[in-house]
Design a protein around this ligand. Structure first.
Ligand code: T46
Length: 141
C-alpha cells in the first residue's frame, strides 16, 4: 500500500492566472490551526527527519519543487511535489524527509495543531520502536 496520499486542489483559473483555495472542507482532511512555509533552502540540504505523534499535515509546493520520503516504519515511498494544485498528506506517525529542493522552492505546510516540540519524534530508532518495527520490537516475535 502506497504511503502517498495526494489531495487535488483545483485552481480557480481565469484570464488573469491561477488561484487555489485551502479551506476546512473536503480538500484538507483536518481543521487547519497553523500554516508555515519553507523557502531559500540551500543546495543539497535535506530537512525533516522526524515523525509527529499526533500532528496531521498537508504540504503544497506553491513554487518550485522538492522531494519527500515517507516512511511508516515498515515501508517507504518517495514523491516529487512540484504542482501547486497537489497537496501531499503527511499523516501522524509517518517519518518524513524532504530533499532536492529547487532554488525557487516554497514549501507551504498546513497543520492540524499549534507547534509543540513534544509532538516530534526526532530519533529514527525511537520511531521504529513506536511503530513496532524496531530491533526490540522484532525480538518480541
Ligand atoms: C514538518 C516538516 C514538513 C517553530 O518554532 N514553529 C513551527 O511552527 C515550526 C514548523 C518550527 N519551529 C521551529 C523549530 C525549529 O527550531 O523552527 C525550527 C526549524 O524547524 P525544523 O527543524 O523542525 O524544520 P524542518 O524543516 O525539519 O521540519 C518542518 C516542521 O518543523 C515539521 O513539523 O513536518 O517541516
Amino acid at each position: 500500500m502506497s504511503l502517498i496520499n495526494i489531495v487535488d486542489l483545483p485552481s480557480l483559473a481565469d484570464e488573469r492566472g491561477e488561484l487555489v483555495v485551502l479551506e476546512d472542507n473536503d480538500a484538507v482532511p483536518f481543521k487547519i490551526k497553523r500554516i508555515y512555509y519553507i523557502y531559500g533552502t540551500k543546495e543539497n540540504v535535506s530537512r525533516g527527519f522526524h515523525a509527529h505523534k499526533n500532528l496531521e499535515q498537508m504540504a503544497v509546493c506553491v513554487s518550485g519543487s522538492c522531494c519527500f520520503l515517507l516512511d511508516n516504519g515498515n515501508s517507504k515511498d518517495n514523491f516529487t511535489l512540484g504542482d501547486p494544485t497537489k497537496g501531499l498528506v503527511i499523516d501522524k506517525m509517518i517519518w518524513h524527509e524532504m530533499y532536492d529542493f529547487s532554488n525557487d522552492c516554497i514549501l507551504m505546510v498546513v497543520a492540524s495543531d499549534y507547534y509543540d516540540e513534544k509532538d516530534y519524534i526526532r530519533d529514527y530508532d525511537d520511531f521504529k520502536e513506536l511503530t513496532g518495527h524496531g530491533l526490540n520490537s522484532s525480538k518480541r516475535f
